[in-house]
Ligand binder design. Structure first.
Ligand code: HXC
Length: 257
């Protein structure tokens, strides 16, 4: 296992990736970024993996980008290294991803959770973009994804004041799909992942692509995109199996093709 800051486990068709820098509340330094991106890209290419779960510790999903690592940086360091650009690759994975957030998901931690497809929160979760309190702004997409998730009013307030949201507020605002008691978070996230991983892998990829397209295009173009993918699923054996299983009143056995 070459990784220092993450743990990677396989459970059937689900891969569990745990951020593991407890001494820094999983602050996201360059090493974490490189390891998360490398591990998820490898898992994304593995046909035996149908869903990825990303989690942290009970106390912190991730308390942000690593402030101590950024403090001395100058503009040209940031620009020439394109600081944080590699995180974009997480949003480009084809395999569905589930974020299981317990405790702090602040700054880069909140942005990392928002890069995932399904966001489950423990009742202990705390979300926010407090960068402004450090004299900076979000840098991994927070100003864009938080605004799309919760709307302008709340995104503006959070980004301008640094105020955080608890799990209840985050669920009401539409940032998270569900709240789970903290002790059940991981089991629930793995159950969601197993459900997703049991679906036809190519069809799940298409469903993910279709939903994500809605963030990038107009309604008419998005619906056209969906329609083309909808037609395409009829080229899979899994469509035949899924519909036949329904008629035969039995669970489908998808073969991911
Ligand atoms: C580096 C961090 C860190 C971070 C915590 N630590 N967050 N180190 N970067 N983002 C370290 C602390 O320095 C401390 O190390 C150890 O983790 C434990 O943290 P404590 O502060 O002692 O824990 P606690 O008192 O429980 O407070 C938890 C906390 C607080 C409220 C989450 O740690 C906090 O406010 N962290 C920063 C949150 C934040 O501002 N995030 C946004 C980051 S900016 P030592 O060695 O002292 O024990 C960001 C930018 C994105 O994400 C793009 C902009 C460029």
């Amino acid at each position: 296992e070459p990784y220092e800051t993450i743990l990677v486990e396989r459970k059937g068709r689900t891969a569990l990736l745990t951020l593991n820098r407890p001494e820094a509340l999983n602050a996201l330094n360059l090493r974490v970024m490189e390891e998360v991106v490398a591990a998820t890209r490898e898992l994304d290419r593995d046909p035996e993996v149908g869903c990825l779960v990303l989690t942290g510790s009970a106390k912190a999903f991730a308390a942000g980008a690593d402030i101590k690592e950024m403090e001395p940086r100058q503009y040209l360091d940031m620009y020439l290294s394109d600081w944080f650009a590699a995180w974009d690759r997480l949003g480009q994975l084809r395999t569905p991803t589930v974020a299981a957030v317990s405790g702090y998901a602040l700054g880069g931690g909140c942005e990392l959770a928002m890069l995932c497809d399904v966001l489950l929160a423990a009742d202990t979760a705390v979300f926010g973009q407090p960068e402004i309190k450090l004299g900076v702004i979000p840098g991994i997409g927070g100003s864009q994804r938080l605004t799309r998730a919760v709307g302008k009013a709340k995104a503006m307030e959070l980004c301008l004041t640094g105020r955080t949201m608890d799990a209840e507020e985050a669920e009401r605002a539409g940032l998270v799909s569900r709240i789970v008691p903290a002790g059940e978070l991981l089991a629930e996230a793995l159950a969601v992942a197993e459900t997703i991983a049991g679906m036809s892998a190519p069809v799940a990829m298409m469903a993910k692509e279709a939903v994500n397209r809605s963030f990038e295009t107009t309604l008419a173009e998005g619906v056209r995109f969906e329609r083309r993918l909808f037609h395409a699923v009829f080229a899979t054996a899994d469509q035949k199996e899924g519909m036949r299983a329904f008629s035969e009143k039995r669970p489908p056995e998808f073969r991911h093709g």
